[in-house]
Design a protein around this ligand. Structure first.
Ligand code: PCO
Length: 201
């Protein structure tokens, strides 16, 4: 019996074309050789309606639980029913928003909460790590509001994995591409190790 602890990872995808990488990111996390880790990742995925346009649910590994806005309303009908965006925050050890699109960055920075994802971040326990991976067109990235909003999230203690320079899906070349999957996996492991990779001497 596998008595290893599991790090409950709340992955969130928003409406950047970089969301096409979500299946690869999840597969990379679930395929880490067990001997390299003293714990496992248990992946829960929150998707915005726009994120759904960029990948097929059938491309996701079968043991990934997917939550969308409709599930929020199915779960709650009356007093005493679970409130999904609260339960997800309680369940998670770490939250990773990959990709974080310009719209959701702005909503988070202003405290807006109009879908399952932003309600979850709005109710987030700030003592838990939240990692975000911005991804947007270079022209959006370079707009002055972006830096202001990212600065705010980092002041709250959220951890950025910055976008990289690439020829983007729309043909523009410049900063705005989501960080590579390998970079994101390494960052998640380094953050999870703090809590889970405690070696008993
Ligand atoms: C999609 C991928 C990963 C392919 O390498 C890369 O282009 C990227 O991260 N793009 C995200 C930037 C974006 O949302 N552009 C939107 C309009 S250009």
């Amino acid at each position: 019996m596998d008595t290893r602890r599991s790090c409950k990872l709340l992955l969130a995808a928003t409406g950047s074309v970089a969301a096409l990488k979500i299946p690869n990111l999840i597969k990379a996390l679930l395929e880490i050789p067990p001997e390299q880790m003293t714990y496992d990742f248990e992946v829960h995925l929150v998707v915005t309606e726009h994120a759904k346009h960029f990948f097929k649910m059938s491309d996701l590994p079968t043991d990934v639980k997917v939550y969308d806005d409709s599930l929020e309303w199915q779960a709650w009908k009356q007093r005493g029913d679970p409130v999904l965006h609260i339960e997800l925050g309680k369940l998670a050890d770490i939250m990773v928003i990959a990709p974080l699109d310009a719209n959701t960055l702005a909503k988070m920075a202003q405290g807006l909460c109009d879908n399952l994802l932003t309600c979850t971040t709005r109710a987030w326990d700030m003592s838990k790590p939240l990692i975000f991976c911005p991804a947007m067109n270079t022209r959006m990235w370079e707009h002055p509001v972006t830096a202001q909003q990212i600065k705010l999230l980092k002041e709250w203690g959220h951890q950025e994995i910055p976008p990289i320079s690439k020829t983007l899906m729309c043909g523009d070349t410049g900063i705005g591409a989501m960080a590579e999957v390998d970079t994101i996996v390494k960052k998640i492991i380094s953050v999870a190790d703090v809590k889970f990779n405690v070696k008993f001497d």
